[in-house]
Design a protein around this ligand. Sequence first.
Ligand code: HEC
Length: 150
Amino acid sequence: MKKQLLLLLLLFASAVANAAPDGEELYQRHCSVCHGDDGKGGVGAPLSLPSFIDAVSDQYLKITIRVGRPGRIMPSFPTLSDAQVNAIVEFMRAWSNVPAVTHNPEPIIGDASHGKALFAKHCAHSTPYLVLLINLSVISTAGRDDRILT
Ligand code: HEC
């Protein structure tokens, strides 16, 4: 009888240890203080806005959680397991009602002559301020998806 009880206890303990991580609980514990309980933002950027969550891939969210934004307020979370990061992303994904975007993982091959023509057209005779604005928009666009200037 004692043996059976011990076995039951062991089974219960291993079930608890193997339970799938709770994404909502993890989000509330690690993220909500800055991003808000419902992802609407605070110190941290709003994450549940359709203009954000619908535009980013799961991979983008996972990498952001892992490495944070070095030198900025967004911390990195190197000690969370892959299963925990996945659970947080799954919880965040439920803020959106469209499927997650996926991006082509192939590297973008640059075209120097096209770049030269674009530079001549948009940058060469512009004021430095406009050049800066164009560069910033290219950087922010390239960071999130595969679009390039045409
Ligand atoms: C101490 C506050 C803080 C905590 C805790 C925090 N974040 Fe952030 N997060 C920020 C800030 C501030 C930014 C904006 C970073 C920047 O300046 O680019 C950010 C940016 C982000 C971004 C990128 C947004 C974009 O526009 O690309 C994502 C995704 C994100 N956080 C998710 C999370 C998740 C998920 C957690 C919990 C695992 C978390 N953050 C915890 C403050 C925080």
